[in-house]
Design a protein around this ligand. Structure first.
Ligand code: HEC
Length: 98
């Protein structure tokens, strides 16, 4: 029994440590940060707030957020995304989404 409890605690500690590590990484960088799509994403989506990590939302949720953000850009007279830019950002987001 004693050994079992220790094992469970160890597993919990490992799980918590993993989550802390993942959150830490999410804050410090985005996946494939040097790829053209990631650079475009960071350029366009880091203007008003920190660049959101793609894993923050599911692939099917991103189109909603990107459409909302295009409204925010229009409100603030920030250059709209071209179709090519939107496609590239959407592909990047869905590839690295949750
Ligand atoms: C013009 C400023 C502006 C730009 C540029 C911008 N955002 Fe936002 N974003 C906001 C504001 C303001 C909010 C707060 C919620 C709201 O008002 O819609 C927000 C909220 C969000 C949220 C929801 C909250 C969260 O943390 O999950 C996501 C996701 C997001 N932005 C993603 C993006 C992405 C992706 C892009 C690039 C396509 C982008 N943003 C570009 C202004 C901007």
């Amino acid at each position: 029994m004693r050994i079992e409890v220790t094992g469970v605690i160890k597993r919990i500690v490992t799980a918590v440590a993993t989550v802390v590590l993942m959150v830490g990484c999410a804050g410090s960088g985005i996946p494939a940060a040097q790829s053209p799509a990631a650079l475009l994403f960071a350029d366009k989506c880091g203007v008003c707030h920190a660049v959101p990590h793609p894993a923050r939302h599911r692939a099917n949720e991103w189109p909603h957020y990107v459409a909302l953000m295009e409204q925010r850009m229009a409100e603030r007279n920030i250059a709209a995304l071209s179709d090519t830019q939107r496609t590239s950002i959407m592909e990047y987001l869905s590839e690295h989404s949750r």
